[in-house]
Design a protein around this ligand. Structure first.
Ligand code: BTN
Length: 253
């Protein structure tokens, strides 16, 4: 039985033992014109990158660290949806292992309220079209434990399931679930499956959250995710606001 059942995604998969960052490697390939669907995967990243300029902890042989090259023929304004599709695809793959993931908008997948997957989407675009998108996905699969300073916020499939899992199988499961979600997005479907998943598994919707703005720290209630992947929040006076991306925290502190 073939692991990968996709038509486009993962054809080819280019495997590295060690790179600074699969996102950077993928960007090089993308700039050289590499086709949509190409996936870069590495055993180890020496300079793995997270959001907001943070670094991403690499656990050689234990984690999945991969980057997908996409060339969606849609407006750059819709690019945030790609992160949501990635989160939905990872969540679906984890559900197929019998786990119960949640999605923390915009780009974390959680198990037992701890982060098991982070996503970093980077785009090269003109005003009216996308040259390429690199979506980098890091999943803690077989990491046995985390350093003390992150143990309260990070987890792995192994820690949650109590057993190790084959990374190739999980990676194929993510790509297999990504492709149909991505197709629907390209077709511009009105009620796409990825949004249903992001809403259904959201740990923010219905919660009071705080977030940083140019006006300082604000708090509001998260009420929905709109059809281009933005978080809609409602203030105490009833007015609503849409957040494009950013750091949000549950709670009013
Ligand atoms: C975050 O949660 O801050 C995003 C983390 C993204 C990590 C992945 S691992 C594969 C790809 N290559 C990188 O350098 N980062 C992403």
């Amino acid at each position: 039985e073939p692991l990968l059942t996709t038509e486009v995604l993962g054809h080819p998969i280019i495997h590295f033992r060690e790179v600074p960052s699969t996102n950077i490697e993928a960007r090089k390939y993308a700039r050289e014109g590499t086709a949509e669907g190409t996936v870069i995967v590495a055993e180890h990243q020496t300079a793995g990158r997270g959001r907001s300029g943070r670094s991403w902890f690499s656990s050689p042989e234990w984690a999945i660290q991969m980057s997908l090259i996409l060339r969606p023929k849609v407006s750059p304004a819709l690019a945030a949806s790609i992160t949501q599709i990635g989160a939905a695809a990872v969540a679906k793959a984890l559900e197929s292992l019998g786990l119960s993931p949640q999605i923390k908008w915009p780009n974390d997948v959680l198990l037992s309220e701890k982060k098991v997957c982070g996503i970093l989407t980077e785009m090269s675009c003109e005003l009216d079209h996308i040259n390429h998108i690199v979506i980098g996905i890091g999943i803690n699969v077989n990491t046995p434990h985390f350093p003390d300073d992150v143990a309260s916020v990070a987890t792995s499939v192994r820690i949650e399931k109590g057993e190790t899992w084959n990374r190739k199988k999980l990676m194929a499961a993510v790509l297999n679930s990504f492709e149909p979600l991505y197709k629907e997005f390209l077709e511009g479907k009105e009620h796409p499956e990825y949004l249903r998943i992001c809403r259904a598994l959201s740990n923010l919707i219905g919660q009071h959250i705080t977030y940083e703005t140019t006006k300082g720290r604000l708090s509001a209630k998260a009420i929905d995710i709109d059809n281009i992947g933005r978080l809609i929040v409602q203030h105490s006076d009833g007015s609503t606001e849409t957040l494009l991306s950013g750091e949000v925290h549950i709670g009013t502190q």
